[in-house]
Design a protein around this ligand. Structure first.
Ligand code: HEC
Length: 421
């Protein structure tokens, strides 16, 4: 089914938190979170928030978008300045309130140093530039580069797509259908932005020139990640529905198939095979683009879960083993699999993955700060950096035309670029 509608383009350089939170709370799944009584988050009925000046302010200001458990489960900060820097990327508060909250959090929720990444020095130089997106709390993610060189991202919780001019820093946000809550976006050759409507079971296309949106209704309830194929079709995963789909933008034809649990990341290799990472089983899938037949490769250890993968110039499939804290390579010709431990160990939770000039780039999302890691297959060496904004999570990255890496941080509403020397 194809539905067309026009939407107004909204330019938002300022962010109105009150208004924004109201619209977020209208989303059913979030209102459930927000309406849960605060006391229900204590373990065994105990209140995890000690009494003190600032407690009430935390409970009233920090529970509209997520449960206050986001604070107790986080790695914390030992200085009020750092706490303030981080929550200021989520909510704008009057100075006095922000100071009281920051002091309270620094006193009662200091840094858990066990979550610091193990950083490895090396010879590669990078520069990381990050921007805070206009609407806070949107959970910015999945940045891409469009053919005109702009950077786009999706703000899943606010159901928007944003455009950033990396030269000037100018940002513009485009409202998408409120129930879509896009998980990912991909550009087509004409500069249209395609999105996966994760909450309303659609694939959508935004034409940035006209603001027109075209929606295609999917059988799967939760389209997740997507990739364009040289054959012109869009292939996508639906994690919860355990389905893969193929959409032909030329005529709207849609083909969907059932697969193993939780298909996640998706990429196309040089020969046109569509590779799929599975986050619900220890497998990687190779999908034939025409027949939609899928072949599975099993990665050792049943606890293995793979969020994302990418392919090098030799057709080797590189993947993150998120649950085991490893990265690995699969040779599709022989089925041989090799894995390496990520520097920060078994709880490092490698998440995003991109291959640039046959060098592997990924992040350790379990660490605070979230670490960016480079792995050189030639000498099997690692190098890593702490990401300046620190509070994860990079969930997906994109390689630009010039070979740089686009990143984001979904908690702290950042979109960034890693310029690689
Ligand atoms: C406008 C929405 C919004 C408000 C208000 C908000 N946050 Fe958040 N916060 C987020 C989002 C979005 C995330 C990421 C959740 C995710 O990725 O699942 C997050 C995550 C977090 C995390 C986890 C970070 C990590 O290590 O992964 C902490 C800590 C946090 N918030 C603290 C606060 C504090 C303190 C306040 C109040 C001063 C606050 N938040 C208010 C949107 C908000």
């Amino acid at each position: 089914m194809r539905i067309c509608s026009a939407v107004a383009r909204t330019k938002r350089m300022d962010s109105s938190i009150a208004q924004h939170c109201k619209s977020l709370l209208m989303l059913a799944s979030l209102s459930a979170l927000a309406c849960m009584p605060v006391s229900s988050y204590g373990q065994n009925g105990a209140d995890p928030f000690p009494d003190g000046p600032g407690k009430d302010l935390v409970l009233s200001n920090c529970s509209s978008c997520h449960s206050p458990a986001a604070i107790t489960r986080a790695a914390g900060f030992s200085s009020a300045d750092e706490w303030r820097r981080v929550f200021s990327t989520m909510i704008t508060l009057p100075d006095a309130q922000a100071n009281t909250i920051a002091s309270y959090l620094a006193e009662h929720f200091p840094e858990d140093t066990s979550r610091r990444p193990t950083l490895i020095a090396g010879d590669t130089n990078i520069e990381i530039i990050e921007w805070t997106v206009p609407t806070l709390g949107q959970r910015s993610r999945d940045p891409i580069e469009s053919p005109d060189g702009a950077i786009w991202w999706t703000g899943m919780w606010a159901s928007l797509a944003g455009r950033l001019d990396p030269e000037t820093g100018f940002m513009e946000e485009f409202r998408l259908p409120p129930s879509a809550r896009p998980h990912t976006i991909v550009p087509d050759a004409d500069g249209n932005i395609w999105y996966t409507g994760n909450s309303n079971g659609t694939i959508g296309m935004l034409d940035p020139q006209t603001g027109m949106i075209t929606e295609y209704k999917t059988e799967a309830r939760d389209p997740h990640s997507a990739v364009f194929h040289p054959n012109g079709n869009l292939y996508f995963t639906s994690q919860g529905a355990a389905m893969l789909g193929r959409l032909n933008p030329a005529n709207g034809d849609l083909k969907e198939i059932n697969v193993e649990p939780r298909p996640y990341g998706i990429k196309v290799d040089q020969e046109g095979t569509v590779w799929v990472a599975f986050n619900g089983t220890n497998k990687i899938g190779a999908l034939h683009p025409d027949s939609m037949e899928i072949r599975y490769f099993e990665v050792p250890d049943e606890r293995t879960r793979i969020r994302r993968l990418d392919i090098d110039s030799q057709g080797i499939v590189w993947f993150v083993n998120s649950t085991m804290g490893k990265i690995g390579r699969l040779d599709p010709d022989t089925g041989e699999i090799r894995q390496w431990d990520s520097p920060s160990g078994p709880t490092s939770h490698p998440y995003s993955m991109a291959v640039i000039d046959d060098v592997i780039w990924y992040n350790e999302s379990g660490m605070r700060p979230d670490a960016l890691v480079r792995f050189d297959p030639e000498d099997e060496s690692f190098q890593s950096w702490a990401i300046p904004s620190g509070v994860g999570i990079i969930r997906h990255t994109w390689v630009t035309e010039s070979g740089d890496l686009l990143i984001h941080q979904s908690s702290s509403n950042q979109v960034g670029i890693v310029r690689i020397d």
